[in-house]
Design a protein around this ligand. Structure first.
Ligand SMILES: [Zn+2]
Length: 134
């Protein structure tokens, strides 16, 4: 593993650690864990339960926390993989500042009368660039 790769993982690790907290309960409850392209993808009842409680418009099918992606199901993870990989890259750039910056972007959009999800700069980048991920 190259030094730069190690640094990207370390910089994003505070967020990854939050996602890793769900690993034991997900496994115990029969969930699935896969390592794909350097990212741990966790799906099953426990991630689905968590995602249902995220205060977004509707339940997100997947959510990225550093190098962990939570999904309601393996199908959801596959469908959203290219989008979530853009978020992984964003975590690698922003590190521990990603979540506050993401929330700030949503609040800023709402204050301008826009959608807090679709007008979020990080979501806009993910939707724009997700097709570039193969
Ligand atoms: Zn997204």
């Amino acid at each position: 593993m190259k030094l730069f790769t190690v640094l990207r993982y370390l910089w994003a690790f505070p967020n990854t650690a939050i996602g890793l907290l769900l690993l034991p309960p997900a496994l115990v409850s029969g969930g699935t864990v896969k390592r794909i392209r350097g990212v741990l993808e966790i799906s099953g009842r426990v991630p689905a339960w968590v995602l249902e409680r995220i205060p977004f418009a509707g339940t997100p099918a997947a959510l990225t926390l550093g190098h962990v992606v939570l999904g309601c199901s393996e199908e959801d993870l596959q469908r959203w993989r290219s989008h979530e990989l853009i978020h992984v890259r964003q975590y690698e750039r922003w590190g521990p500042f990603f979540i506050p910056a993401y929330v700030f972007s949503s609040l800023s959009a709402r204050l301008k009368g826009k959608d807090g999800y679709l007008a979020n700069r990080f979501e806009a980048e993910a939707f724009l660039r997700q097709r570039d991920v193969t």
